[in-house]
Design a protein around this ligand. Structure first.
Ligand code: FFO
Ligand code: ATP
Length: 182
């Protein structure tokens, strides 16, 4: 299936999801048991928007555990990461995603212990589809640490086209299972 059709289909399913909060709680609880999470003193994560799986609980737990949290900001078509604390001020960008202020402290992604990668659809081998910006495909080229995605089970699909620049994640955590991709 082509990428656009898969993104559209997943969008419909995410809007119809039942017991969303219960599913998000189960995803977070599975994540917190993983060594990649427990061993990380710093994590990169997005602030969820629209019908994405919420990352709020994950960020709260990271802070409670004393982990450093960094979040992305897209600047001139490039994604850069900035420290995110409970007192950080955020700005909504043109797409409605909350982003750090330019005055926030920048931290290069390669220095972070764990990258939590957003996505719309996944295959069990770790290949993913995002919103189509290619931002994570580019950012992950320089990142050698563990990569992990949180997703609802409906986002794990049988097949979509993979292109040469697509970068798979190592692990996918859903409400039903932890998928080790290779
Ligand atoms: N919460 C969150 N933050 C994130 C990402 C993400 O996937 N989720 N990103 C991950 O890279 C980056 C932002 N990337 C984005 C790229 C495009 C669109 C978007 O809204 N695109 C349009 C058109 C898409 C198309 O037609 O192909 C849309 O969906 O309406 C949103 C985010 C950085 N921050
Ligand atoms: N390493 C790269 N260098 C230059 N352009 C790239 C690279 N990787 C991806 N792109 C560009 O990004 C565009 C979007 O790619 P794709 O549809 O795979 O995005 P996505 O994986 O859905 O988005 P994201 O990674 O932001 O979640 C492609 O048209 C591609 O040309």
């Amino acid at each position: 299936m082509n990428k656009k059709a898969v993104r559209r289909g997943i969008g419909v399913q995410l809007n119809q999801l039942e017991n969303r909060q219960e599913r998000e709680r189960r995803i977070a609880e599975r994540l917190f048991l993983l060594p990649e999470w427990m061993n990380a003193t710093s994590i990169a994560v997005t602030l969820s928007f629209r019908n994405e799986c919420s990352t709020d609980r994950i960020i709260q737990q990271a802070w409670a555990d004393g982990k450093r949290v960094v979040i992305p900001k897209v600047i001139n078509q490039e994604m850069r990461f900035f420290e995110h604390s409970s007192s950080s001020r955020l700005i909504e960008n043109s797409m409605g995603i909350r982003e750090p202020e330019l005055s926030a402290f920048e931290i290069p992604l390669p220095s972070i212990d764990l990258c939590i990668v957003p996505g719309r659809a996944y295959m069990r081998n770790g290949y993913r589809l995002g919103w189509g910006g290619g931002f994570y495909d580019r950012a992950l080229i320089d990142f050698s640490g563990p990569t992990l995605s949180i997703a609802f089970a409906v986002q794990v699909v049988e097949r979509f086209e993979v292109e040469s620049f697509d970068r798979p994640v190592d692990t996918i955590v859903t409400e039903d299972e932890v998928i080790q991709c290779h």
